[in-house]
Design a protein. Structure first.
Lengths: 161, 296
């Protein structure tokens, strides 16, 4: 079958690409469009390193076909910052040193952003359950949770940036 | 070069024609959280993928003409969980679906996918069985309504024809003093597959005596199973110690599990009895308006 032509809004920009049916959205992001921030950890939806936001919902881009992106609005890690200004979640990940090797970090930041978009005032338990699908093999979860809770407070205007 | 074709039809008729006309294996795509893993692993080599999500009504929740809920087959878990009315009427179905995978998986996974993937350990399926849900199946011969327990026929196998797929699920109108619940046992708190799962749906009279019950067990047989013997134990009784003991025994007797890395036969049977007791207690409480929030 010939490649399929797909049009989607990716990080605010209308984007056209060609892909084969079996290429996942993650394959398309990394290998076709060149957005390599989203990582392939497991390729089976278990690790969350490829997390993106599609029409407001957090999904694993490895569990979505590229052709399914037609007409969708997608945010990847590359679209989280506002130009040169880091998103509060990104800023707090730096301040709390909430990463070691960094491979899980793009997925964690996208997932945390999706959480705070939906629930600006999560409890720590809610944040931990929300992020349970983002695996960190360096086991840095506590710092991640502190960064997310701190970012939430910043976004609510209750803490300094 | 790829030989895998993709189609995203916008009508049922178009989708049925595509499935019927496929030369090789055709797979229906809803959320894809199982299908894409199977494609990637090479376990499935379809020639055609029919994405049903553009068919009107296949995503969304509405009230049917009889007052019961109608849930679109491909409605993602996150959308089901956000529906307050459905949560109030069928908390067991919602909590069962909510147990599938991570937040990311919830953004895509669907009731139809969970049912048609036909895993014996599928979390939402015992709850759908217990609820008496009806699958609205569409195909070349038109539309038919099938009790959900007639859909899975074995691990990874269903009773659906080549040109058939599920369009939506109908839940019966919710009467007074009714409640449902689902629990699964896993050795950790999140992100695991059921060692045993149990869904129970009951209706009580004013005195708390059970007048109707449906009990389903997961992960103890090649498919999720209905356990009418366990339901019979409940009908005509309040949830006293004697009834609970009989329910436990009936669940254990119905469980025909295998030994694998998640548990032995003996262990799974024991857990089936324990879960049945706990799920019944939650369902009875909910039927009597004693809301205790989520069951897990």
């Amino acid at each position: 079958m010939a490649k399929q032509h797909v049009t989607a809004v990716i990080n605010g920009e209308e984007t056209e690409f060609l892909c084969e049916t079996q290429q996942t959205m993650l394959d398309v992001l990394r290998d076709v469009i060149g957005l390599t921030g989203s990582k392939e950890g497991c390729a089976s939806g278990d690790c969350g390193a490829c997390s993106v936001i599609v029409d407001g919902r957090l999904v694993c881009s490895c569990l979505m076909l590229g052709v399914e992106a037609e007409g969708k609005t997608i945010t990847t890690i590359e679209g989280v910052a506002d130009g040169e200004t880091l998103h509060p979640v990104q800023q707090k990940f730096l301040e709390h040193a909430a990463l070691q090797c960094g491979f899980c970090t793009p997925g964690l930041i996208v997932a945390a952003k999706a959480l705070l978009d939906e629930n600006p005032n999560p409890t720590e338990t809610e944040a931990r359950y929300w992020l349970a699908g983002n695996l960190c093999r360096c086991t840095g979860y506590d710092k991640v949770i502190r960064a997310v809770m701190d970012a939430a407070a910043v976004m609510r205007g209750e803490a300094a940036r | 070069m790829s030989s895998l074709s993709y189609a995203a039809p916008t009508t049922v008729d178009e989708a049925v024609k595509l499935l019927a006309g496929a030369s090789g294996l055709a797979k229906v795509l809803s959320g894809g959280t199982d299908l894409l893993v199977q494609l990637r692993a090479g376990r499935l080599k379809p020639d055609l993928i029919v994405d049903t999500k553009k068919i009107p009504g296949i995503i969304g929740i509405r009230k049917g003409s009889d007052g019961g809920f109608v849930i679109g087959a491909a409605t993602p878990g996150a959308e089901v969980e956000a529906n307050a009315e459905l949560n109030a009427a069928w908390p067991g179905i919602v909590e069962a679906l909510d147990l599938i995978g991570s937040t990311q998986v919830q953004g895509r996974c669907s009731l139809a996918g969970n049912l048609c993937n036909a895993s014996p350990a599928a979390d939402s399926v015992p709850a759908l069985f217990a609820a008496g849900a009806i699958a609205v199946v569409v195909g070349g011969k038109g539309k038919r309504e099938v009790p959900v327990e007639q859909i899975p026929t074995g691990p990874g196998r269903t009773s659906l024809g080549k040109d058939e797929f599920i369009l939506e699920f109908k839940l019966p109108p919710r009467g007074a003093r009714s409640g449902d619940a689902y629990l699964r046992f896993i050795p950790r708190t999140e992100m695991d597959i059921a060692v045993v799962g149990c869904g129970i749906n009951v209706t009580l009279d004013e005195k708390g005596v059970c007048t109707a019950a449906r009990v389903a067990l997961g992960a103890v047989s090649p498919t999720v199973i209905m356990v009418p013997e366990a339901a019979q134990v409940l009908v005509g009784h309040t949830l006293d110690a004697d009834t609970l003991a009989k329910l436990d025994a009936a669940a254990q007797a119905a469980a025909k599990p295998i030994t694998d890395k998640r548990g032995t036969v003996e262990y799974r049977k024991k857990v089936a009895g324990v879960l049945a007791r706990r799920v019944a207690a939650i369902a009875f409480d909910r039927a009597q308006g004693k809301t205790n929030g989520k069951a897990h």
